[in-house]
Design a binder for this molecule. Sequence first.
Ligand SMILES: [Mn+2]
Length: 316
Amino acid sequence: MPATNYLYPNSPEHMTYGGILSYLRAIYTRDLSNVQVAVSGIPYDGAVTNRSGARMGPRAIRAASTQLAELHSFPFGFNLFDHLRLVDYGDCMLDPHHPETLIESIENHITAMLDKGVHPVTLGGDHFVTYPILRAIAKKHGPVCLLHFDAHCDTWEDDGNGLNHGTMFLRAKREGLIDVDHSIQVGIRTYNDSDHGFMILTAPWVHRHGVEQTLQQIYQRIGNRPVYVTFDIDCVDPAFAPGTGTPVVGGLSSAQALELMRGLGPLNSVGMDLVEVAQVYDVSEITAILGATLVHDYLCLLAEKNGAKRKPVGLL
Ligand SMILES: [Mn+2]
């Protein structure tokens, strides 16, 4: 039985708009015993090429997530916490005055979860944080497929050592962290001289062919191999997600993004992140609400793997 001095997820003692923050009001703890999934934040934005602000992403997403904790999940129709042992692990501690410690700090943060068999779900932070996450993931699983939602390919060239949110997937490829032959990028609408072996579904392709065919391409490319899902919120059009550092027009709608996320259930996912939410450019919190919901829907897919059954109301 819960101690009476402890507030639990979905407790009627929480107001949606009050109290301290955790993702979906999950218990906020470093204790990973008996935990399946840990949501945590990486509040770092030192690797951006344009506007900063993503360091405030985890806090913004947690704040936006509280309204999702109030009702059963849509369109899933169940209480996530009935089917998933989920905690908010807090944020990765970073020393902003010693950037040379950044990669190791993030890698250790994720490794601590993987060592306990916990599935990591990460709130960015700029997209560079995915690189040290992939180092930890590859240490445990070997090179995994990357399912990468983004406006940008993030495979541009640099010297291989920079803290740069536009180059880290080429670095990850060259260091053998990902299985590029079975990786796929979705929503791309920026130019690079090479695809570096990734399969690319551009945003115009997705618009022309729709969600169902996009999912079919994802399934065919990845199959049942272990896959890491990285979702840069700028995959979504700035009309739907204006709060981000490098917005590009012509992107996915929030509805398309949610339908794609809800279709990833067949994949064998070993972790996920949602990055590049920079709430400062979005006074209506549209971007953080979308980010919180995409993460929430990914968690519902994990709950379904635990046996949770959808109970939709209305035609779906
Ligand atoms: Mn990116």
